[in-house]
Write a protein that binds this ligand. Structure first.
Ligand code: S3P
Length: 431
């Protein structure tokens, strides 16, 4: 059966930019106007946590319409009455711990079972060396954690990982405490925090040296000004639709207004290396970030070798890249991706198990996976472990005519892409 794709669509707002926009607006002095925010559950968690701290932050509206955040400055934040529930959102918990480290009160940060299983010392150790205090209330290195902030001093932190959450936690602690900080990471992780700070006039800069990439925030005593921002479409969400188009038999898909920050577009570059026909059009700048339309055409994909340097810009897209690899000619090997084991699920184990469960060939490496491509129909049931990106990645294969794939939990896609299944369905039906 042949499948023709045609469509001109948009995806919901970028998750990373939405989290940061909400946090900055809540820490600013004055009225911020934000539109195109991701209404996914992760970003609703950030808004709810900020409200629990006394900030006037409405939940991001389902239709992406504008909200106004009346910020009274970070000094107006108050100790929360209850533990701060970050739900499934690692970014909420880790960036908020950075901001909370600068506040002179105690708060407890917690989340759902998946988030309570993820490592936190990567954040609490640098923040503790700035002077914040942390109490692990349940298990070592895990939420719930009580943060008692205030009295911070600056730090030049050398991070062992290219992680935007580690980098941002330290930068935000420096911002809140008005002390100078720098973070050196082995390779540049997504740089939305630095770009947003720079757009707001903060003394932030990036230096590249033989040791890695260093983000520097100078001491900045001025109140944070409000933002006026339209959040561009999430490239991590666009990747699923692009994968569907690459695996179609004919036609073309256009995805408008996608965030095209080079620290986020690794999946698209790798898909091109796999001989995928996709390109960017109408590049422009919005709020200090590059934005473009993405045009994707069905392609005969070839296997690719993916190593450590490729990983940071494609970190959240490895599950969907594995889907392309399962339908490409040849053997794809992905290495240097050990961080995938501590995402919303162990994504190496989850992807390999799901590929095998539907009759594809894959095996685990300690820090990656090997996938042998094929073109026979795929059948079986996928266990998502409640991980939104596993559900959506395998949803692409499930949507392709000829396959018979059941996904055990489709609801979890709402974490980052509300409306995903409806949009996928409409593209497959040609609606
Ligand atoms: C994010 C950083 C990445 C990414 C996550 C969002 C962010 O995590 O996987 O989905 O918004 O800063 P790490 O910093 O742990 O790599």
């Amino acid at each position: 059966m042949s499948f023709r794709i045609s469509g001109d669509v948009r995806v919901p707002g970028d998750k990373s930019v939405t989290h940061r926009a909400l946090m900055f607006a809540a820490a600013a002095q004055g009225e911020s106007r934000l539109s195109g925010l991701l209404p996914g559950e992760d970003c609703r968690s950030t808004a709810a946590v900020l409200r629990a701290l006394g900030c006037d932050v409405p939940p991001p509206p389902a239709d992406g319409s504008e909200i106004v955040v009346r910020g009274r400055g970070i000094d107006a934040w108050r100790a929360p009455a209850e533990p701060l529930d970050c739900g499934n959102s690692g970014t909420t918990s880790r960036l908020m711990m950075g901001l909370l480290a600068s506040r002179p009160f105690a708060s407890v940060v917690t989340g759902d079972a998946s988030l309570r299983g993820r490592p936190m010392r990567r954040i609490t150790e640098p923040l503790a060396s700035m002077g914040a205090r942390f109490r692990e209330l349940d298990a070592p290195d895990r939420l719930p954690i009580e943060v008692t902030g205030g009295g911070l001093h600056g730090i030049d932190y050398v991070s062992p990982k290219a992680s935007a959450q580690i980098k941002s936690a330290v930068l935000l602690a420096g911002l809140g405490a008005r002390v100078p900080v720098s973070v050196t990471e082995p390779a540049l992780s997504r740089d939305h925090t630095e770009r947003m700070l720079s757009a707001l006039g903060a003394p932030v800069r990036t230096e590249t040296s033989a040791d890695g990439v260093r983000a520097v925030l100078g001491a900045w005593g001025e109140p944070l000004p409000p933002l006026d921002l339209r959040v561009p479409g999430d490239p991590s969400s666009a990747a699923f639709l692009a994968a569907l188009a690459l695996l179609a038999d004919a036609g073309e898909l256009r995805i408008r207004g996608v965030l095209a920050n080079p620290t986020r577009t690794g999946f698209f570059s790798l898909a091109r290396l796999m001989m995928g026909l996709l390109h960017w059009e109408r590049g422009r700048a919005v709020g200090g970030e590059p934005v473009s339309d993405l045009v994707v055409r069905p392609s005969r994909l070839k296997a690719v070798q993916i190593g450590g340097d490729d990983i940071p810009a494609a970190i959240d897209e490895i599950p969907v890249l594995a889907i392309l690899a399962a339908r490409a000619e040849g053997e794809t090997r992905i290495t240097g991706a050990g961080e995938l084991r501590v995402k919303e699920s162990d994504r190496i184990a989850a992807v390999v198990a799901a590929l095998r469960a539907i009759g594809a060939e894959a095996e685990e490496l300690e820090d990656g996976l090997v996938i042998r491509g094929g073109d026979h129909p795929l059948r079986g049931r996928v266990t998502t472990h409640g991980d939104h990106r596993i559900a959506m990645a395998f949803g692409v294969l499930a949507a392709l005519p000829g396959n018979e794939i059941e996904i055990d939990d489709r609801q979890c896609a709402a974490v980052s892409f509300p409306g995903y299944w409806e949009l996928l369905d409409s593209l497959v039906r040609g609606g």
